[in-house]
Design a protein around this ligand. Structure first.
Ligand SMILES: [Zn+2]
Length: 93
């Protein structure tokens, strides 16, 4: 979309931050470029903050869960065997 420069009234592209003829700042284009840059930065930050967490969860989550379940099962089995052994001993004496 074409607009006209506020300074020299030359037709300029709305998205451009400056008038190519006189160099006057185009508020609409400047703001648009600024917002696009902000959006890009925001996107980069989001990618930076999201992906390492995902990688961390993917790497640590699965083995951590397996280890936790293994420890829990081992503890329960040990407790059961210990109780059975204890009761057996009680009956014997
Ligand atoms: Zn101009």
């Amino acid at each position: 979309m074409m607009i006209y420069c506020e300074n020299c009234h030359a037709p300029i592209v709305e998205d451009s931050a400056k008038c190519p003829y006189c160099g006057a700042l185009n508020a609409v284009g400047g703001e648009k470029q600024y917002m696009e840059q902000l959006y890009d930065i925001k996107k980069d930050v989001e990618e930076l903050s999201v992906s390492p967490v995902r990688e961390y969860r993917r790497e640590i989550g699965k083995p951590g869960c397996v280890i936790r379940v293994t420890v829990l099962v081992t503890a329960v089995l040990t407790a059961c065997v210990g109780l059975l052994f204890f009761w057996h001993k009680m009956d014997g004496s």
